[in-house]
Design a protein around this ligand. Sequence first.
Ligand code: GAP
Length: 498
Amino acid sequence: MEDIVGLCKRRGFIFQSSEIYGGYNGFYDYGPLGVELRNNIKQAWWRDFVQRRDDMEGLDSTIIMHPKIWKASGHVDGFSDPMVDCKESKLRYRADQLFFAPVIVEGEKIGYVSVVESIDQQEVAEKAAAEMKRKMAKQGELGPIELKEYTEAAPEEYELIPSPATGKPGSLTEPREFKLMFETKVGPLADDSATAYLRPETAQGIFANYKNIVDTGRVKIPFGIAQIGKAFRNEITPRNFIFRSREFEQMEIEYFIAPSADWKALHREWIDTCTDWLVSIGLPREGITEDIHPEDKLAFYSQATTDLMFDFPHGEQELWGIACRSDYDLKQHQEHSGKSMTIFDEATKEKYVPHVIEPSLGVDRTLLAVLTAAYTEDEVPNDKGKVEKRTVMKFSPKIAPVKAAIFPLLKNKPELVEVAEKLYKKLQRRWNVFYDASGAIGRRYRRQDEIGTPYGITIDFDTVEKDGTVTLRDRDTCEQRRVSEAELIEFLEEQIDG
Ligand code: GAP
């Protein structure tokens, strides 16, 4: 993670928000390369899930909506996380990300250890337990350390579990519910009636517009409504770079199906479609796994939820949630708004409130997964044939921030520069390409490798004196071949837009 964060800052992908004022926890800004990568991810998603499908409609709803929407959806009353405070250090933890275990030596409980959720939490807890045994000079065998969530602690244990910040027991509070929605005021009055919320998910904007789209479009069941947009959550512990932040973006689909449809089969289809899409933008299939939520842990309205997990630097974590939400949301809005949410199904001649399958993906999390998969350190020969270490971002050409770099071999040869600039201008009309004339050609390649530009195009004397062909270099293999301009454009088209 440190390498990725370092590269993102050094090369202008991602900056901490408000950095000149010391930063602002849970907020990130996207720099020149980051915004390109982010836009490309969103465009690829929109193209594949909206424009290239006949059963999908697009939407862009507002961030602030009528507060009754959040009452109907259950967010006002129920969208919270369990929080625990350390009274001494003033640090705040999410109780479901704080783990504890009793330390038992030869059947005697000698105290408790606690750890914050991490990839090596078991190891950290075991070390702390061994240290406690050593300090207390206890003889005998240490029992197994069985970590439990702090939410599962018995009230009499709160006083005994040490704070991870101080290592001392007695300063942790009991878990309390912490509301995650950001509040704001709308209009000139600052009383309670003016309270509104920044949306914590884009999904409710879709449900709130479902009727508009059914009434104005030519949709027929099954069909989906897709939206990309910002969401805000006052996360207790924003962590792991852009993985969990307070302002982020979601790409969500609500896919409406008949209540009698084989929702299990459709759910499976969506899980496979989503996995294939992640692979299509460059994530390794073996890095993606499925986490099926156990039935007894499902929300009361949910029939099934499967999360696509990705192997992030901080461990295997949720990337894409794919939930079967029944007719819960539409029925809630029907009841609270008094407007009918039924649809007439031409095929079966039935009228009903449809059920919904919801694939919900975070843009920023996808970007972190893409950065993780792309980050590579390898060794390649330099101009003089000597093997050198390089850092290379192996982005898929579809989403790479810069698609190709155009280099005149020498910057002081006007005939090379003229052809290179002409080609640059031509390619720039279609793609984000980069022109670089300065420095040794090997150094220019290396700069592009580090930002993940898939192709280097060099204009040399053969281009201007012989056949007009250019050298096309592949970022990953470093192989070079000569191609004509027509071949070059056809190749780029296939790799970038295909
Ligand atoms: N409408 C359903 C919904 O919002 P969610 O599991 O809470 O479900 C969906 O969020 C996706 O949004 C997650 O899988 C994740 O990719 C992204 N996401 C959620 N909270 C996030 C946060 N604080 N920071 C970044 N991404 C987040």
